[in-house]
Design a protein around this ligand. Structure first.
Ligand SMILES: Cc1ncc(COP(=O)(O)O)c(C=O)c1O
Length: 498
């Protein structure tokens, strides 16, 4: 009889000391307490979103760490992390953080995330997740109902809006190919790809282009549809683009309506897009990565009208449901369309398996239990509680916009539907556009230099603009006005130094 290999004593010691088991539970408690204590200490010390540390300032310290020589324990490793990372981290809860679509995170989600990491359930199969699968499925159902997608809807959690959009377009591609094969029976995928086109507004998210590349269509397959003054897709332009494609014998595989564009928060006219998709047999995907929070808004749910007609919807709880990264969901109107990503592996999810295996619906195999964060948040705050926070940031943008609009030193782009404000400082004296661009870029840089305010920046019609993305419901109007005052001061300093 063979004996099982017994690991050397040191490996067993290491494992018993460091793996989470019944025996190490007190060490687990201590490690988690040390971690939460460290974060709490940092929160007490933070008085700005960033210290202004630049890559060069941190590179030497990170490079100096000898990764082959371990520290005496978790406490020492955490202390090292405090120096290398936390001290100069970018803090999204600080009202001065206004750059991107990052939100401060809610406490129930953090507690649940700690559970997800400790238990380490993997959502691919029932035999790695058990009840976690049911919680995810129930939450997907709840979101699909909020979106109004109907009884046949389904979906899956993903790593982010980029992945949700990719999966949606994969489903759209394979549905379009199935349609094309009715007139071209037996045509292989590569023979059909060249005819497929995806339509998205000219301010839609770049992940649509990435998806087209990954799906073998190439980026030229993406048709950028012009937007109106509110940066919403122009319906007449979409109509014309679809007709044009038809004339050329090309297949409009999908129209992507954006419900909350990254720069402007603008929401495409979803009902009109749905009509045109129905007319042309195109898949209607709604990228509500940003605007998805409106699904729980007590006052603004109507802004998403038309989403219920989508074939698929991207919702990113790690943007507007105040969840830690990663937390995104792809919803589909017809569960059956998810078969386009199904692969039955004998070792994992054989076709004969009676249990629910979420890997059948996912591009990922091993997958974190990200749904548990949103689940726990809902159980504590309720949909209205989350929605009230969404409303607050949208209100904040709405209240601040008129101040920018009437201010002689600011040029503001669109009246916000969500929570972004895109504006630029315009000097009193006449200056070339390129110089005004440089002025605004310099203001953003100089504000970031001491980390007091981290603003976003973007280009609008070729000109440099500043951007605030408001996702912090604790930020006040006064704090925002103070930020605008700082922008003016930094702009004036730049002008004076010129
Ligand atoms: C409209 C929109 N779609 C998709 C994405 C991509 O989401 P993620 O960064 O989670 O991949 C973003 C990100 O900002 C976005 O704004």
């Amino acid at each position: 009889m063979t004996t099982l290999h017994t690991p050397p004593r040191t490996a067993r010691d290491t494992a018993e000391q460091h793996l989470l088991t019944a025996r190490s539970r007190e060490a687990y408690r201590a490690g988690m307490a040390a971690a939460t204590g460290l974060v709490a200490d940092q929160l007490a010390a933070v008085d700005r979103p960033h210290t202004g540390a630049r890559p060069a300032d941190l590179t030497r310290a990170v490079a100096a760490v000898d990764l082959d020589t371990p520290l005496p324990g978790t406490a020492a490793a955490l202390e090292e992390l405090a120096q290398l990372w936390l001290r100069d981290a970018v803090w999204f809860h600080d009202p001065g953080y206004l750059a991107h679509l990052n939100c401060p995170v809610v406490l129930p989600a953090l507690a649940a995330d700690a559970l997800a990491s400790a238990v380490n359930s993997s959502l691919d199969t029932w035999d790695q997740s058990a009840g976690a699968t049911l919680l995810e499925q129930r939450l997907v159902r709840w979101l699909a109902d909020r979106a109004g997608l109907g009884a046949a809807a389904d979906g899956v959690f993903t790593s982010g809006g980029t992945q949700s959009n990719l999966q949606a377009l994969l489903l759209a591609r394979d549905e379009a190919c199935a349609r094309l094969r009715r007139t071209r029976p037996g045509a292989r995928l590569p023979e059909l790809l060249g005819d497929l086109r995806v339509l998205v507004s000219d301010v839609g998210h770049f992940s649509v282009v990435t998806a087209a590349r990954l799906l073998g269509l190439g980026e030229d397959a993406v048709v950028a549809v012009p937007t109106d003054h509110g940066r919403r897709m122009r319906v007449d332009a979409l109509d014309a683009a679809l007709a044009d494609l038809r004339e050329q014998g090309l297949e409009p595989m999908a129209v992507v309506g954006t419900a909350g564009t990254t720069d402007f928060g603008s929401i495409d006219p979803l009902p009109a897009l749905a009509d045109l998709c129905a007319e042309h047999g195109a898949w209607f995907h709604v990228d509500a990565a940003y605007g998805g929070g409106l699904l729980v808004s007590p006052t603004r749910r109507h802004l998403l009208a038309g989403v219920e007609r989508a074939d698929s919807v991207t919702v990113d709880p790690h943007k507007t449901f105040f969840q830690p990264v990663a937390c995104s969901v792809l919803l589909v109107r017809e569960a059956a369309t998810l078969r386009h990503v199904t692969h039955h592996a004998e070792y994992l999810n054989p076709a004969s398996a009676p249990e629910p295996n979420q890997v059948d619906k996912s591009l990922q195999t091993t997958r974190r239990f990200d749904a548990v964060k949103l689940w726990t948040t809902l159980r504590v705050l309720g949909a209205d509680g989350i929605g009230a926070m969404v409303d607050r940031v949208v209100d904040l943008a709405a209240e601040t916009w008129p101040l920018l609009d009437v201010h002689p030193r600011f040029d503001v782009v669109v009246r916000p539907e969500l929570s972004t404000l895109v504006f630029r400082y315009v000097p009193e004296q006449r200056m070339a556009d390129a110089e005004v661009d440089e002025l605004n870029r310099a203001v953003r840089r100089s504000l970031a230099a001491d980390g007091e305010v981290v603003l976003g920046g973007t280009t609008v019609d070729g000109r440099a603009f500043l951007k605030t993305t408001l996702l912090n419901p604790t930020t006040t109007g006064d704090q925002l006005v103070a930020v605008l005052g700082l922008v003016i001061r930094h702009a004036e300093a730049w002008l004076a130094a010129r």
